[in-house]
Design a protein around this ligand. Structure first.
Ligand code: ADP
Ligand code: MG
Length: 222
């Protein structure tokens, strides 16, 4: 069995708060190593448990997403003692950048496809947990990949699904303010095509409720 020591951690892709990502070569395939480094502010035992849990949990959710019909990178290796995951590198573009580059029509189709995939996740009881356009990659073959399931969970409740979509709406508002409304409408169209009008209406109401709650909390703070 290969160990992580043999894998050259070639190029830093991203140093995040929770994990660092490196691009590497995995048996002649371009791959990404996601390393969860120890956090000194957490007690060591707790820290080890959190890192192990997330290292196991993230690939599990990615696998379940595939079963639900949503593209996620292939997992090549999970190394629990070292809190490391090696996965397929998706050649493509971050949806965050792509939305600014494509035509209105392409933007619409892309957002519909995203909505369909989110609905497929929700239908299977999966919550992504961090639905931003940086966590979506469109591969060169046109498939939209969902990445970064580190904050994901299994949950079938409307509340969790509403929060998931609310986060996506917020992400669109903050990074694509010129056309976020069209994008989010298209996301809901895609969502409707998988989960139906009735359910999507319920989710939509839920999102509004979450937003009202948010505003209420803000007002109380002031
Ligand atoms: N498998 C992958 N293939 C291609 N790019 C990736 C892959 N995983 C991550 N990335 C890129 O690295 C960025 C950070 O990775 P991510 O898993 O989202 O970590 P973080 O928790 O720091 O947000 C992503 O936004 C994406 O651009
Ligand atoms: Mg991310």
């Amino acid at each position: 069995m290969d160990t992580i020591d043999k894998v050259p951690q070639t190029r830093l892709l991203k140093k995040g708060a929770e994990a660092s990502l490196f691009i590497t070569n995995w048996h002649n395939r371009k791959a990404v190593i996601k390393v969860r480094l120890p956090k000194r502010y957490r007690p060591a035992v707790l820290d080890a448990r959190i890192r192990s849990y997330r290292t196991i949990h993230e690939p599990q959710l990615m696998h379940e997403a595939k079963t639900a019909g949503v593209a996620t990178p292939l997992i090549y290796l999970v190394n629990v003692p070292e809190s490391t995951i090696i996965m397929q590198y998706i050649e493509g573009k971050q949806v965050k950048e792509l939305l600014n580059l494509v035509s209105k029509q392409e933007r619409y189709s892309l957002c519909v496809a995203i909505g369909e995939s989110v609905a497929k996740l929700h239908r299977a009881g999966l919550i992504h947990g961090d639905l931003t356009t940086s966590n979506l990659i469109q591969a060169f073959d046109g498939t939209t990949y969902f990445i970064d399931f580190g904050l994901g969970e299994k949950n079938l409740e409307l509340e969790a699904q509403g929060v998931d979509l609310h986060l996506l709406k917020r992400a669109l508002q903050s990074t694509h303010f010129q056309f976020w409304e069209d994008c989010f409408k298209a996301v809901l169209c895609g969502y409707t095509s998988v989960l139906g009008v009735e359910f999507t209406e319920k989710i939509y109401e839920k999102i509004l409720e979450i937003e009202r709650r948010g505003r209420y909390v803000e007002e109380r703070k002031q």
